[in-house]
Design a protein around this ligand. Structure first.
Ligand code: KG4
Ligand code: ZN
Length: 338
């Protein structure tokens, strides 16, 4: 069995092929970072146009790398939400057309379920598990009790963690996207604790990152920290220290909520997925907590944390194997919550 996955929900044009045992036969990702860099963020209209220009070539490459032809594909899975509507529509229309022309079964996949499924592509995940989904658009906790059974335990009340990284980096003149830049600049430093872990007054597990982001803004203003627009290796110590403190507060917050969820639900495993799961400090601290608590922690490899289509194909594989199908009238759902 070979399932084709397509992902175009934001600024990555991605196509992958997985087999019936979840082996990744190919996983091609074309990043648009270079296009959006000059605007300091994703420009939706440019992103959807670029998906349209690239998707055919990325499909050809994914098939070639998988050593497969379109005739050998058994099903098509496409991200149908959440995401930028114009971007979603490109992948969805393309996937539906392929399915129609070749008479293949088709399913629309939730992008967040895809991120969670990426953990299973990395390692076995013993259930019940707590999933921390942490990306540029989302920061949520889910309890997974069955193959496709999830309960959302927390969400962010304002910014997503990746969004906070990107905004703080922009404020300090650092390169886009901000998350990886801050990760590099903070590497190996002992962070000075400057920003606390926000608590929800109602005691909920929800996240909030706008307070930390605003605290950085006030610090920059009060201490007259000048943004650094020059080469990254010339970044001043003051900025390196500041981003290390910011990152520590974000990581503290993510760990605090995750552990509370694990305790509340008696979870057997923790999985951390989404673009921010690439972060080295988060990986190091979370893995240390796992050892301390005796809870296995699954972090997909970076290529499966960031947006990719293998995770979408893997959800598709599950659904198609259960005989589930979506009609070719399926529409994009930019706000699809699970
Ligand atoms: O999952 P993803 O590729 O796209 C979304 O679905 O949002 O996540 C992108 C986000 C961006 O905000 C980016 O700055 C952040 O993930 N990110 C990181 C790192 N790598 C990517 N944040 C912190 N540290 C990193 N190493
Ligand atoms: Zn994502």
């Amino acid at each position: 069995m070979k399932i084709l996955g397509i992902e175009t929900s934001c600024d990555e044009t991605a196509v992958a092929v997985v087999d019936g045992d979840d082996r990744i036969l190919s996983n091609v990702v074309h990043s648009q970072v270079a296009i959006h860099r000059e605007y300091g963020g994703v420009v939706p209209e440019l992103a959807s146009r670029h998906h349209l220009q690239k998707i055919g070539a990325i499909l050809d490459q994914a098939l070639a790398e998988a050593g497969a032809t379109l005739e050998e594909i058994d099903g098509v899975a496409v991200t149908s939400g959440p995401g930028l509507v114009g971007c979603l529509l490109v992948g969805l229309s393309y996937g539906k057309a392929l399915a129609w022309v070749r008479g293949l079964p088709f399913v629309g996949v939730n992008h967040l379920e895809g991120h969670m499924r990426a953990a299973f592509l990395e390692a076995p995940v013993e259930l019940p598990a707590i999933f921390l989904v942490v990306s540029g658009g989302h920061t949520s906790l889910y309890e997974m009790t069955g193959e496709r059974e999830y309960e959302r335990l927390a969400r962010t009340r304002d910014d997503a963690a990746g969004e906070a990284y990107d905004k703080v980096a922009k404020l300090l003149g650092l390169s886009y996207p901000g998350g990886p830049a801050i990760d590099r600049l903070a590497a190996g430093r002992t962070p000075v604790p400057r920003f606390g872990v926000p608590k929800m007054s109602d005691g909920s597990l929800d996240f909030s990152f706008s307070g930390i982001k605003t605290a950085v803004l006030y610090h920059v203003r009060d201490q007259k920290v000048a943004p650094h627009h020059g080469p990254e290796d010339e970044t001043p110590e003051t900025i390196r220290d500041l981003v290390a403190s910011f990152q520590e507060a974000v990581v503290d917050t993510l760990i605090d909520r995750t552990l509370r969820a694990v305790d509340e639900r008696g979870a057997r495993t923790i999985a951390v997925v989404g673009g921010v799961a690439c972060n080295r400090r988060l990986r190091e601290r979370m893995l240390a907590v796992g050892v301390e608590r005796g809870v296995p922690i699954v972090f997909p490899r970076p290529a499966l944390c960031a947006d990719n289509a293998a995770m979408i194909a893997a959800v598709g594989r599950l659904r198609l194997a259960r005989g589930e199908r979506d009609p070719l009238t399926l529409n994009a759902d930019p706000g699809w919550q699970i």
